[in-house]
Design a protein around this ligand. Structure first.
Ligand code: PFF
Length: 449
C-alpha cells in the first residue's frame, strides 16, 4: 500500500489520494484487461459483446464500485468486518464471506496464467522465443501448458512473489513502481496496436471489435460472460475495493476517483482488443480460440515488428507486473480477513493463505494436460473455477448494491459516497436500488434455465 500513516485507532491509512488511486488501479488493471478480455470478447462475438460490456460497466460496475469504496471507507475494516461493523447480526455479511471465497477461487487460476506470462518473459530473455519454434507458436504454447510440472513451477514462482510482497509489506514499493509501469504498458499497447493494424487484418479485426453483429445477443451465455468479465476486470464484487477503501481517510472524494479508475480500466481493455483482433485475422486464427489467444497471437506480432524480441520481453514483463498488483489485492482480501479473525501475524497469514491458494491452483494448471478428463459439469477444472468467479462476483455485487441501496438510509448513502444531495447522487442510488440488482438477478437466475 502507499505511504501511510496510522489513524487514531492504529489502522493503516493511505497518506495521499494518489496512493489510493494507484493501488485501486493496480488492482483493476491486470491479466483481466488483456488475456481475459480478449479471449472472452473473442468467444462472444466481439463488438456486440463490447457494447454490452461497456453498458454494464456504466450502469452496474461504476455504481457498485462507488458502493464498495463507500462501505470500506466508512467501516474501516476488511470485506467481512465491514459488514459486521456496519450491520451487526444482519445477513449482509454473506457478501464478505463470498468475497473471501472468491479471492481463493480467482487467485488460484490467476496465479496459473500469471505463471504463463513469467514463462514467456523468460523465454524472450533466454532465446526460447527469439524465433518461431519448430512446432509453431500454437504448438509451443500447447506443449507448455499441457505439461505437468513446468507450468506449476512458474505458478509457484508467481505466487511466491505475491506472498513475498504481501508479507514484507512492500506493496507501497510495488504501487510506486506501477506509477511508471502502468503508463509504460499503456504506451506499449498503443504502439503494438498501431503495428497490429499494419499486418493486413485491420479491417476485419476492427469490424469484429467495433461493428456489432447484434444477432449474438440471442446467445444466452453472452450476458453472464459480459457481467462476469466486467466484475473481474474492475476487481468488483468481492470486497477488494472495500478493503482498499478502508485505508482511505474521509478527506478524499470518491466519485472522481471511481470514474477515473473505471474508465482507465476500460480503455486498457479496448486498446488490448485493437492490438489483438487485427492480428488474429492477419494470422488466420479463430477469435474464439479460447484462453490461449494472446499467448499464441502476440509472439507472431512480435516476430513481425522491428525489435520484436525486445518488445516481447518488455510486454510480458509489464503484463506480469500488472498481474502482480492485481494478485496482491486478491491475496489481501483473504489475508486482511484472517489476520483480524484469528489474530495471526501478517507473515504467517500471507504464507498460509498464499500456500493454500497455490495448492488450489494446481488442478487448474493440470486441467490442460493430465487432468483434462476430470470435468465439473462438463468443464475442466480451470474453466469451472472461472465459471464460479463469473457467478460469485456478480452475486457479491448484488448484495453490496442492495446493502447500500436499501440497507442504508438514503441520506447515509449519499453522505458516505460524497455525492451529497445532488442529482447524480439520486441517479446513483436509483441504479443501486433497482437497475443493478434487477439486471444481475435476471442474468443469474437465467443461468438455471
Ligand atoms: N481486476 C483484475 C484483472 O483485471 O486482472 C483481477 C482481479 C483483481 C479481480 C482483484 C478481482 C479482484 F478482487
Amino acid at each position: 500500500m502507499s505511504e501511510r500513516d496510522l489513524q487514531p485507532g492504529g489502522r493503516e491509512q493511505w497518506a495521499t489520494k494518489i496512493g489510493f488511486m494507484l493501488a485501486a488501479m493496480g488492482s483493476a488493471v491486470g491479466l483481466g484487461n488483456i488475456w481475459r478480455f480478449s479471449y472472452v470478447a473473442g468467444e462472444n462475438g466481439g463488438a456486440a459483446f463490447l457494447v454490452l460490456y461497456i453498458a454494464i460497466i456504466a450502469l452496474i460496475g461504476i455504481p457498485i464500485m462507488m458502493a464498495e469504496f463507500s462501505i470500506g471507507r466508512k467501516a474501516q475494516s476488511d470485506a467481512v468486518g465491514s459488514f459486521q461493523k456496519l450491520a451487526p447480526g444482519r445477513p449482509w455479511v454473506t457478501a464478505g464471506f463470498l468475497g473471501v471465497a472468491s479471492a481463493f477461487i480467482i487467485l488460484s487460476f490467476y496465479g496459473v496464467v500469471a505463471g504463463w506470462t513469467l514463462k514467456y518473459f523468460v523465454s524472450y530473455l533466454t532465446g526460447g522465443l527469439w524465433s518461431e519454434p519448430a512446432e509453431g507458436y500454437g504448438g509451443f504454447f500447447e506443449g507448455f501448458i499441457m505439461s505437468s510440472a513446468e507450468p506449476v513451477v512458474w505458478q509457484f514462482l508467481f505466487m511466491a512473489i505475491t506472498v513475498g510482497v504481501v508479507l514484507m509489506g512492500i506493496k507501497k514499493g510495488i504501487e510506486k513502481a506501477n506509477l511508471i509501469l502502468m503508463p509504460t504498458l499503456a504506451i506499449l499497447l498503443i504502439i503494438m496496436s498501431i503495428y497490429s493494424l499494419t499486418l493486413g487484418g485491420a479491417q476485419e479485426g476492427l469490424s469484429f471489435l467495433f461493428a456489432p453483429d447484434w444477432s449474438v445477443l440471442t446467445e444466452p451465455g453472452i450476458y453472464l460472460a459480459a457481467l462476469g468479465q466486467a466484475f473481474f476486470s474492475l476487481s468488483l464484487g468481492m470486497g477488494a475495493l472495500i478493503t482498499y477503501g478502508s485505508y482511505l481517510s474521509s478527506k478524499e472524494r470518491l466519485p472522481g476517483a471511481t470514474a477515473g479508475i473505471a474508465s482507465m480500466d476500460t480503455v486498457f481493455a479496448i486498446v488490448a482488443g485493437i492490438m489483438i483482433f487485427p492480428a488474429v485475422f492477419a494470422f488466420g486464427i479463430d477469435p474464439a480460440a479460447g484462453p490461449g489467444l494472446v499467448f499464441v497471437i502476440l509472439p507472431s506480432v512480435f516476430e513481425a515488428i522491428p525489435l520484436g524480441v525486445v518488445v516481447g520481453l518488455a510486454f510480458f514483463f509489464l503484463l506480469a507486473a500488472a498481474g502482480l498488483s492485481s494478485a496482491i489485492s486478491l491475496l489481501e482480501v483473504a489475508v486482511a480477513y484472517f489476520i483480524r479473525k484469528f489474530g495471526w501475524t501478517r507473515k504467517a497469514t500471507a504464507l498460509i493463505i498464499g500456500g493454500l491458494i497455490f495448492l488450489l491452483g494446481i488442478p487448474s494448471s493440470l486441467s490442460m494436460g493430465v487432468m483434462a478428463d476430470f470435468t465439473i459439469f462438463g468443464n475442466v477444472f480451470m474453466d469451472a473455477m472461472e465459471g464460479l468467479s463469473d457467478i460469485f462476483l456478480p452475486l457479491g455485487g448484488l448484495i453490496i448494491a442492495l446493502f447500500v441501496g436499501w440497507g442504508w438510509k438514503k441520506a447515509q448513502s449519499l453522505e458516505a459516497s460524497d455525492f451529497g444531495a445532488s442529482a447524480i447522487g439520486t441517479i446513483w442510488l436509483f441504479l443501486l436500488r433497482f437497475v443493478a440488482p434487477a439486471a444481475i438477478a435476471v442474468v443469474l437466475v437465467a443461468q438455471f434455465y
